[in-house]
Design a protein around this ligand. Structure first.
Ligand code: XIL
Length: 331
């Protein structure tokens, strides 16, 4: 049987993964052999690249881009404007009032031009803005978002404009979770759809929507709604990327093998991965399908959702799970 990347290439759908530095150094044959597009799990985030004001650390980002080049892979840049993983000097400075609103705009502009300038022409897609809508009341951009509070909502459109100037060839994405009905409702999908449409009508260079697609076998995932929501974005000329697919489930926290506590989860998981991929394949505007890490050994899930895990397509020992074989069959 062929690799996911070889099979994806046959139908012109790049298959990708987020990579940690460990994925690159320890498990290069899978990270390079199975995927044709890669994303830094943390490598390109602001706190990583500028840990002290004016002091840059491109170690992880350079490593990712070099790995992609060596393995003939595309790169998804992630992410420029997000309330999480901001450098401490930035959040502390804003909190203390030593960084004013005007200076904050200037710092973001510099951040975007510096990072996109460094990798100009090497990044296929950029997640410019990430997670600006809440689940609870998604009628518009979250008024309590750190950026909205400190810089004003207009910073989001401006970030897209700066990114477009800094690297005109990159496709620019708005990226978020629960925007394709993952939680069983369409409220957030509708809010993001309306906002993105409004921005595009106003000439803001947003080329696509990234649906993170973090699923949980506990939620009522609806494959039909997922596909309809992809088609809805496509209907206004947006490209779509599945950016962070994974399917987590409850596990014994003491079990380092991350065995699901619900025995049906091992069937639900491949089903849900498969349903997402099939929807992606059937909507031509979907231009890439990326999983958020391929091995349970270094997935973000156990650290973020206590008591959950088993989210990836390979197990903790880098052995392919049923989810992997299902994707391979679908391709
Ligand atoms: C996660 C990383 O995988 C972790 O290593 C890090 O500790 C926290 O961030 N949505 C996103 C990603 O857009 O950037 C997040 O990545 C996962 C949720």
């Amino acid at each position: 049987p062929q690799s996911l990347r070889a099979l994806g290439t046959l139908i012109n759908l790049p298959i990708g993964s987020a990579l940690t530095p460990q994925d690159i150094t320890q498990w290069a044959s899978i990270s390079g052999g199975q995927f044709s597009v890669v994303t830094g799990a943390n490598a390109m985030k602001w706190e990583t690249v500028e840990p002290a004001r004016g002091t840059y650390d491109w170690t992880d980002a350079d490593q990712l881009v070099a790995f992609a080049k060596a393995n003939h892979q595309l790169v998804r840049g992630h992410t420029l404007l997000w309330h999480n993983q901001l450098p401490a000097w930035l959040t502390a400075g804003v909190a203390a009032g030593t960084i004013t609103k005007t200076q904050l705009w200037g710092l973001l502009e510099k951040h975007i031009f510096t990072e996109l300038g460094r990798y100009r022409g090497k990044i296929w897609q950029w997640d410019v803005a990430n997670e600006f809508f809440t689940d609870a009341n998604p009628s518009g951009v979250n008024p309590n978002d750190w950026w909205v509070v400190n810089a004003g909502e207009g910073i989001i459109a401006q970030a897209f404009k700066w990114a477009h100037q800094a690297d005109p060839g990159a496709l620019l994405f708005y990226n978020d979770y629960n925007v394709t009905g993952e939680d069983g409702t369409n409220a957030k999908h509708d809010a993001v759809f309306d906002w993105v449409k409004k921005q595009r009508d106003a000439g803001v260079p947003i080329h696509g929507v990234g649906t993170q697609a973090h699923l949980d076998t506990q939620y009522g995932f609806d494959p039909q709604r997922f596909q309809q929501d992809l088609e809805h974005y496509a209907s206004i000329g947006l490209k779509i990327a599945i950016t962070e697919a994974d399917v987590r489930t409850f596990v014994e926290t003491t079990d380092s093998n991350q065995t699901p506590t619900d025995s049906l989860a091992q069937f639900a998981q491949p089903f849900e991965y498969s349903a997402m991929l099939q929807a992606a394949i059937s909507v031509p505007e979907v231009i890439s399908f990326t999983v958020w890490g391929w091995t349970d050994a270094d997935s973000w899930v156990p650290g973020t959702f206590p008591g959950e895990g088993y989210a990836c397509i390979y197990d903790v020992n880098q052995q392919p799970k049923q989810a992997y074989f299902t994707l391979q069959k679908d391709l």
